[in-house]
Design a protein around this ligand. Sequence first.
Ligand code: G3P
Ligand code: CA
Length: 263
Amino acid sequence: GGVAMAKDKYKEIVNVSHRGASAYAPEHTMVSYEMGEKMHGDYIEIDLQMTNDGQLIAMHDVKLDRTTNGSGLVKDFTLEEIKQLDAGSWFNEKYPQFANPEYEGLKVPTLEEVLQKFGKNKSYYIETKSPDVYPGMEKELIRLVDKYEINKEKLLVQSFSAESLKVMHDLDPSIKLVQLISYKTNAAITDAEIEEMKQYAMGVGPNHTYLNEEYVQKVVNSGLELHPYTVNDKARMQQLIDWGVTGMFTNYPDLLHEVKKGK
Ligand code: G3P
Ligand code: CA
């Protein structure tokens, strides 16, 4: 019946811990990722930057300034230098309501450390950020995925760069890909755009702000997954699920878990 169907649909909504449980702990730290797991996030979302010595690290910005006590471009520093930085104290200053002395001095994790810590059967949702700045980042990502024998059924790689996703697809067609899109006004998508994306991607990740039900239905009915970002309030989560999205990115995986439970 309709009610049972609706409940199943809710259970299957993919809960992506955006930068970890980043509302509650400093984004892209092990603590934030662990908290995302505890709060029932299915996937850990990881943004990638690359150091001067070619190491992939978990960080959103191309610059160190916002999320560490360092400054300058990631690409100008070695991993050893970046490991000296404090990636937690900024959070306590910016979000006093969630501050915790244990966040002081947290380190920037490498992708390798994250894969080692959470293991081959965790679900990872990894973004190639600024691939134009970091030639070879896709190859290095695949090297680590292979080295740690990451379960590719549970792995998703995302990017705003179609070029980067196509490089991934050519290097390893077995890795599932999601095309990110940032709409500046009412979201609309053509059949041709959907067909083009389906050449390499199994899903679309648009900003949620300008979505509408017609867009959601069109994408989902085409067979693509639809994972909007970054949805932080329960009413909006509920609305997007009702429209038919198949998952979403959130800084509050606990809230999405509640919505999925009908709370
Ligand atoms: O990856 C989904 C979402 O995180 C994209 O935007 O800037 O938060 O990486 P951004
Ligand atoms: Ca991201």
